[in-house]
Ligand binder design. Structure first.
Ligand code: PMV
Length: 320
């Protein structure tokens, strides 16, 4: 039996870090995906991926990058397929560890693909399993990335209110990779320390972040790219203030702003990617300028599909 599923990466248009403290964030799934294929085999669980390969032993330890997949697989075998062996293959066109949601997309695609050889689960249930798996590595994950990856499109997300899909015209963003890997957990800890030491300032920034989310939602609704770019650039200044930018990311946003409408870190910061908005000829120029800084650059559009189950599964003679 074989089951294949894929899920998109994401960018955070506004609200990273503040979302951990209850502020609403705005995210978009992007048109880059991770695909996971699961086959049932005689025995044991094997994971084959560009991040490394491993045979999962009961009670054994697993490399952090593969731990969420191992978690999903052992839970699924325990629940549905006692003793069934699984061979899980992961393919990705999302650069890992740079704020584009590769780990969340991997958890979503893995949850759908692995459980898909045993049962047909709802998207909500796939999302629940994916987030549980992600939290085995980073307990503080807000769930924003996994929601965007599961449902696709543009969403507003808060930890208290969950997510809501947004009606958004197509949006093309320039993504530039600083080529510096980052650790989301470490950056979230840095912000936690900043908050402890600067409580009043942080509360003020949260209030402003919440207003900015409102401004961005209105701009997205009107298709007002200049206003959205302005909100993104103000968000960047706030991310600078809480200590998640660095000299390289700052330089990248300055260069992008020469030809664009606005730019900011996307994701945890401390490295990773920036996103920028530009119009027509400005977009090509911006990419050239960022490439000159040694960045890997590409344009990303919105992925509207979210989780996709790619192949029908043959179970007991029926194709479902
Ligand atoms: O893992 P990244 O780089 O996409 O960052 C996640 C966004 C944070 O707000 C920093 C953390 C979270 O769980 O929302």
């Amino acid at each position: 039996m074989k089951s294949t599923a894929s899920a998109p990466g994401k960018v955070i248009l506004l609200g990273e870090h503040f979302v951990v403290y209850g502020i609403e964030a705005v995210l978009c799934a992007i048109d880059r995906r991770i695909t996971v294929e699961t086959r049932t085999v005689g025995s044991g669980i094997t994971i084959l991926s560009g991040m490394g390969s491993a045979r999962i032993e009961p009670g054994g330890s697993t490399d952090a990058a593969l731990a969420p997949i191992a978690h999903i697989a052992t839970e699924a075998v325990g629940e549905f397929g006692h003793g069934t062996g699984l061979e899980i293959t992961v393919r990705s066109d999302i650069p890992p560890g740079v704020g584009l949601g590769s780990s969340s997309a991997c958890c979503v695609a893995a949850a759908a693909s692995i459980t898909g050889v045993f049962a047909e689960l709802s998207r909500d249930e796939i999302l629940r399993r994916a987030l549980e798996a992600e939290r085995t590595v980073f307990g503080g994950a807000s769930g924003a990335d996994t929601a965007a990856s599961t449902y696709g499109g543009a969403i507003r997300y808060s930890t208290a209110g969950g997510f809501d899909g947004l009606r958004v015209r197509d949006l093309e963003l320039v993504v530039a990779n600083s080529m510096q890997a980052h650790s989301t957990g470490e950056m979230v800890r840095i912000v936690g320390r900043f908050r402890e030491e600067n409580r009043e300032e942080f509360d003020g920034l949260c209030a402003r972040a919440s207003e900015l989310t409102g401004d961005a939602l209105a701009a997205l609704g009107r298709g007002d790219r200049a206003a959205l770019g302005g909100a993104m650039s103000e968000s960047q200044r706030m991310l600078e203030a809480i200590g998640v930018s660095n000299a390289r990311l700052r330089r990248m946003t300055e260069v992008a702003d020469r030809t664009g409408l606005g730019s900011k870190i996307t994701g945890a910061g401390g490295g990773g990617c920036i996103i920028a908005l530009a119009d027509g000829p400005g977009q090509r120029r911006m990419q050239e300028d960022l490439q000159e800084l040694g960045c890997e650059c590409f344009t990303a559009g919105i992925d509207h599909a979210g989780l996709r189950v790619e192949t029908a599964v043959s179970r007991g003679g029926y194709f479902i």
